[in-house]
Design a protein around this ligand. Structure first.
Ligand SMILES: Nc1ncnc2c1ncn2[C@@H]1O[C@H](COP(=O)(O)OP(=O)(O)O)[C@@H](O)[C@H]1O
Ligand SMILES: [Mg+2]
Length: 435
């Protein structure tokens, strides 16, 4: 339980809920440390109206652990602007104060039951992914389930998704968790190799096959024997190479350049593309038969902007991983930075997020990373009032209260507020105060 003043924790202890074992932390840092030692099942956050939690740090705490979070707060606080809806969204349940023994016992039982019911795969997903991936959005959970299914089958896999969405990460995860884990993982970027070299890169060559072929070279397909060949940017594979690859996928043999011998190879092909291959097929740039061969098992990774709810968790995970390289004073993200990250469209997806956070952590001179540190466009926050609006509100409140106190006597109110009667009348008019 996170409780700044410890008052609500004392009240909770006084209820004598013997079934539960509580631990209290008075700061977010302390809570983080406690969770690291004992992940617990339920996290309680007390909003006592006196101690305000720094919002960004709290959101990061709520995002990172495998905990069901319950907010304890005055009902009024739910509607006030002091606790933002964005923050409240991170809680699984709410309990209004004062604490009520039966109600809190029920809430705890309910969320604990829910935590226990979470499928195992899901809880590992919460911890950063059983596949080394971060994200617990609905679309990432779907991806984890799809990966599970792909593991037990040995057919080719086609992974789609924008650049930086984790296609290679998924390919490596499939390799590492499949029966081929002890075999090699050979990655080749079809878009980064000159078309004239792709044939020998894929299939290898014999000594003397062409000028400069001083000795036999094993191609990537052969090098991946008993393992996985990852063909990145498969859409860039020249058409005649597509025919050769298809032949290999059909009869599982290769012929090195400059040889006539057919070599049997046992390889699982995982291909990735950021372009729409179906469109490439329609345009005649990609062979339809190869497309069907590769796409037996297809999965498409969501863009980061399609799973914004994962951004706090990703940012925090990257932050923790990069900690050692950071400027020593950097402690986390500012609220504005969190806002800006949630608002931004991330054309470069997770890769871009990693780069921006990394750079900010090294270059920043702030304690909390700012929007400028991340190089993001500032968010115009519609709920933050301008100075002018704040002044107007304060003036109106002071004048209204004072008028009320003095029975709407303008002269007396003016005297008390230290302004002339005329000035006060002008202000009443401007602020549209009804007498
Ligand atoms: N879901 C994720 N969780 C954690 N890291 C991720 C995730 N998706 C991508 N990354 C990281 O982002 C970077 C880009 O991923 P990568 O697999 O190379 O993307 P792609 O191949 O789609 O361009 C890598 O550093 C990778 O580890
Ligand atoms: Mg890639």
């Amino acid at each position: 339980m996170l409780d700044g003043g410890g008052r609500i924790f004392s009240a909770l202890e006084a209820l004598g809920l013997e079934r539960w074992d509580f631990q209290v932390a008075s700061t977010i840092d302390a809570a983080r440390r406690a969770l690291r030692q004992d992940p617990g099942a339920i996290g309680l956050v007390a909003f006592d109206g006196v101690h305000a939690w720094p919002q960004a740090e709290l959101v990061m705490l709520l995002a990172r652990s495998e905990v069901e979070w319950v907010a304890l707060l005055e009902e009024g606080l739910l509607r006030s602007e002091r606790v933002s809806p964005e923050l409240l969204r991170n809680f699984n349940d709410f309990h209004s104060l004062p604490l009520d023994r039966d109600r809190i016992a029920m809430t705890l039982g309910h969320v604990h039951g829910k935590a226990a019911l979470l499928p195992r795969g899901d809880s590992s997903a919460l911890a950063g992914g059983g596949f080394g991936m971060t994200g617990r959005s609905e679309c990432m959970r779907l991806i984890y389930r799809q990966i599970e299914k792909v593991l037990g089958v040995d057919a080719p896999v086609l992974i789609g998704g924008e650049s930086g969405t984790g296609k290679e990460l998924v390919a490596r995860a499939i390799h590492q968790h499949s029966a081929r884990a002890s075999g090699p993982f050979v990655a080749m970027n079809c878009g980064a190799i000159a078309p004239s070299l792709i044939q020998s890169e894929l299939f290898g060559y014999e000594r003397g096959a062409f000028t400069g072929a001083a000795q036999r070279k094993i191609g990537n397909i052969e090098a991946a024997n008993d393992g996985v060949l990852f063909l990145d940017e498969i859409g860039d594979l020249p058409l005649e190479m597509q025919a050769n690859l298809l032949r290999f996928l059909q009869d599982r043999t290769i012929t090195r350049v400059g040889s006539t011998e057919r070599v049997k190879v046992n390889v699982r092909v995982i291909a990735a593309t950021h372009v729409d291959l179906q469109r490439a097929v329609a345009d005649g740039r990609f062979r339809q038969d190869l497309y069907y061969r590769l796409n037996v098992l297809g999965l498409t990774l969501p863009a980061l902007r399609e799973r914004r709810e994962d951004i706090p968790l990703l940012a925090q995970t990257i932050f923790d991983e990069q900690r050692v390289h950071a400027s020593p004073q950097v402690r986390g993200f500012s609220s504005a930075a969190l806002h800006a990250m949630m608002d931004y469209d991330w054309p470069g997806n997770v890769r871009e997020l990693i780069n921006r956070v990394q750079r900010a952590m090294i270059m920043s001179e702030n304690r909390l990373l700012s929007v400028a540190d991340l190089g993001l466009p500032p968010v115009v926050d519609p709920v933050t009032p301008t100075l002018e609006e704040i002044r107007t509100n304060v003036e109106r409140e002071v004048i209204e209260t004072s008028l009320k106190k003095h029975g709407n006597n303008v002269s007396e109110t003016a005297r008390r507020l230290g302004v002339s009667r005329v000035t006060l009348y002008r202000m009443i008019d401007r602020l549209k105060i009804v007498l």
